[in-house]
Design a protein around this ligand. Structure first.
Ligand SMILES: Cc1cc2nc3c(=O)[nH]c(=O)nc-3n(C[C@H](O)[C@H](O)[C@H](O)COP(=O)(O)OP(=O)(O)OC[C@H]3O[C@@H](n4cnc5c(N)ncnc54)[C@H](O)[C@@H]3O)c2cc1C
Ligand SMILES: *[C@@H]1O[C@H](CO)[C@@H](O)[C@H](O)[C@H]1NC(C)=O
Ligand SMILES: *[C@@H]1O[C@H](CO)[C@@H](O)[C@H](O)[C@H]1NC(C)=O
Ligand SMILES: *[C@@H]1O[C@H](CO)[C@@H](O)[C@H](O)[C@H]1NC(C)=O
Ligand SMILES: *[C@@H]1O[C@H](CO)[C@@H](O)[C@H](O)[C@H]1NC(C)=O
Ligand SMILES: *[C@@H]1O[C@H](CO)[C@@H](O)[C@H](O)[C@H]1NC(C)=O
Length: 546
């Protein structure tokens, strides 16, 4: 009896550290080799894997890639110098990601293949990365140098439930694929606003958010997901819902790629009569700049009176001409007569593309202003909604902009978006999400720089410029008492530790959930790209001197 108590005390103690967490989900004696065998992959019959242990054997990734070819054939695995390889690597949105050279590209056909990939990676210690829409900007986010980059291009099912209330979406779809598939049903989902952005990254960003044209009515993409099909670190396929694996379900909504690979997202469907909405860009001259800030602040503040309305403001410069490119949209037709936009309608734009539209055509139009193949950075800060910080942020951007104006192809844009009260209230749906925001502290602004440029030689100058603008805005927000630690993962830079901004309690809980479903830290070590539980993707830049 006494010995028994002592033993359980020791077991408890052993479970305290983060190194060896106790997990019911994956036992301590989990055997990767026998798990692979149960999935039909006999490691002892694959020469390169047998050779792994030998000092003169193949490297871990050469072994893993050859094993994948042996199991799945040459149509599923591509190595350097094959056309299938360069076609894949050149298809990232940001050329910085295209420069990453994986050992091989793997194209699974069904979910079980994803389980095998993860287990082979564990066995060989070869790192992996997954690509959905490939719109993350920085190196290694969705490809891995020398490792296995996995393409979701065979995961393109979009399945509407019989009663048309839910839609199951696989991560090989871009958002425009989804919208086109749903148009015949006159329903839609809270997806991305730009055609070729991926369902995987945005939703996980559906992981971590996902701002849609409908977010003030329904909330983030991730808060409209009612079930995730997830492949966990042990290769097990589970369905995480508010009832089944509720802690995993919670962690997936904010926690990024740290908990599993999502092979389908089930969304609540939104009724969308005739697929009809309204939107476009109104571009204003500098003489309207204060009016634009006030009108922006007004729409965000008044959103509860008409959540059909949404907007962003992009501050740009063309030659000497400073411009505010204001994207306005409305979830129904005829947004131009909505009272909430009256302050915009009262100013005269120099260009105006607002019109009644359908969603797929609108998303395609947005893609045209986001060309492929350039070097890219996104970086963002969050503040409480307050017109004063918006005015200051705009002015800081125009003050600092000359620092990069001469760099080849450099086009920095400062973008304001609102996270409205309605949007934030939905964060409480289905048990809440992991990002740690509370509508009682809202509404918020996300203030972001998006910049593209041509040459790697200018990377440091661009990053320093963006960091300086962001730090100055943050300092001013602190002075005004409107600063927030939250960083929106989908617009975070590789220098930002996104998860740390979720607050200590959420960070702790995320670590606990990871300990439960991934006790060996597979997604922290073998999938090193993107935002990890305890770190930014890259070491921070030095502190900016002013
Ligand atoms: C032009 C443009 C427009 C954008 N518009 C919006 C917008 O309207 N709203 C918004 O919120 N954001 C928007 N974003 C930001 C966008 O959501 C993020 O860049 C997002 O990460 C892109 O997702 P992806 O699938 O295209 O990217 P990827 O680079 O393929 O993936 C990003 C990360 O998610 C991981 N990942 C992807 N799929 C899975 C999966 N199924 N399981 C596990 N991990 C996965 C990848 O491994 C990677 O780490 C936009 C970005 C761009 C460049
Ligand atoms: C793991 O499983 C394989 C195959 O079933 C077996 O040969 C091996 O001995 C096991 N390893 C351990 C440590 O139990
Ligand atoms: C690819 O081609 C280059 C140039 O011909 C060569 O140097 C390199 O070794 C090749 N890589 C592989 C994996 O065959
Ligand atoms: C897509 O759905 C079809 C039909 O149900 C199925 O055969 C196929 O395996 C699915 N694809 C994936 C990647 O799940
Ligand atoms: C939009 O305006 C047109 C023209 O005024 C009108 O015919 C139509 O009914 C309006 N649509 C909606 C949904 O309000
Ligand atoms: C959407 O709009 C485009 C362009 O006007 C049109 O070609 C397409 O048929 C429309 N689709 C639907 C479903 O209305």
């Amino acid at each position: 009896m006494f010995a028994g108590v002592l033993l359980s005390a020791l077991v408890l103690l052993a479970g305290v550290g983060r190194a060896e967490p106790a997990s019911d989900f994956e036992p301590a004696d989990f055997n990767v080799t026998s798990e692979l065998l149960s999935l039909g992959v006999d490691v002892s019959a694959i020469n390169t894997l047998v050779g792994l242990a030998r000092r003169d054997g193949p490297g871990p990734c050469a072994a893993a890639c050859t094993a994948l070819s042996t199991v799945y054939g040459s149509n599923a695995v591509f190595t350097q110098n094959q056309t299938g390889y360069s076609d894949f690597t050149s298809a990232f949105w940001s050329s910085i990601q295209s420069e990453v050279a994986p050992q091989c590209i793997f194209k699974p056909s069904v979910t079980k293949d994803v389980s095998v990939l993860i287990l082979l990676s564990r066995l060989s210690r070869c790192p992996f990365a997954f690509k959905s829409g490939g719109h993350a900007a920085f190196a290694g986010a969705s490809s891995v140098q020398g490792g296995i980059t996995v393409s979701f291009e065979n995961f393109k099912n979009v399945t509407v439930s019989h009663d048309k209330t839910t839609v199951k979406i696989q991560p090989g779809n871009s958002w425009v694929d989804v919208y086109r598939a749903l148009e015949p049903y006159e329903i839609t989902v809270t997806g991305g606003r730009v055609a070729r952005v991926g369902t995987g990254g945005l939703t996980l960003g559906v992981y971590a958010g996902g701002i849609s044209y409908f977010s003030s009515i329904y909330g983030w993409a991730c808060d409209n997901v009612i079930s995730y099909e997830v492949v966990t670190a042990s290769g097990r396929i589970v369905h995480a819902t508010p009832i089944a694996f509720p802690r995993l379900f919670w962690a997936l909504r904010g926690g990024g790629n740290n908990f599993g690979i999502v092979t389908s997202f089930t969304f609540e469907a939104i009724p969308f009569p005739q697929n009809a909405m309204w939107g476009g860009t109104k571009t204003y001259l500098e003489s309207s700049f204060n009016g634009v800030v006030d009108a922006f602040a007004g729409v965000v503040a008044n959103s509860p009176t008409d959540p059909n309305a949404g907007l962003w403001v992009a501050w740009i410069q063309q030659g000497p001409l400073k411009l505010a490119a204001t994207e306005l949209w409305y979830a129904k037709p005829n947004g131009s007569s909505a009272a909430i936009f009256a302050n915009f309608m009262a100013m005269t734009p120099i260009a105006d593309s607002t019109q009644n539209r359908n969603l797929s055509e609108y998303a395609d139009a947005q893609q045209k202003t986001n060309p492929y193949g350039l070097r890219e950075v996104y970086w963002c800060v969050t503040t409480k909604a307050d017109a004063r910080i918006a005015r200051i942020a705009r002015d800081i951007y125009y003050q600092e902009r000359p620092a990069v104006a001469g760099l080849a192809g450099a086009r920095p844009v400062l973008i304001f978006q609102g996270i409205t009260e309605g949007h934030m209230r939905h964060m409480e749906k289905n048990g809440g999400n992991a990002v740690g925001l509370d509508y009682r502290n809202g509404p918020l602004y996300i203030i972001q720089i998006a910049c593209w440029w041509n040459n790697a030689a200018d990377d440091a100058a661009i990053y320093n410029f963006v960091q300086k603008v962001m730090e100055r805005i943050k300092a001013e927000a602190t002075t005004l008492g409107v600063q927030s630690d939250y960083v929106y993962m989908n617009y975070g830079s590789k220098f930002q530790n996104v998860i740390a901004g979720y607050g200590a309690a959420n960070v702790d809980k995320l670590h606990q959930v990871a300990g439960e479903f991934d006790p060996k830290g597979v997604f922290q070590t073998l999938q090193p790209g993107h935002f990890k539980l305890d770190r930014a993707p890259s070491t921070p830049l030095g502190t900016v001197r002013r």
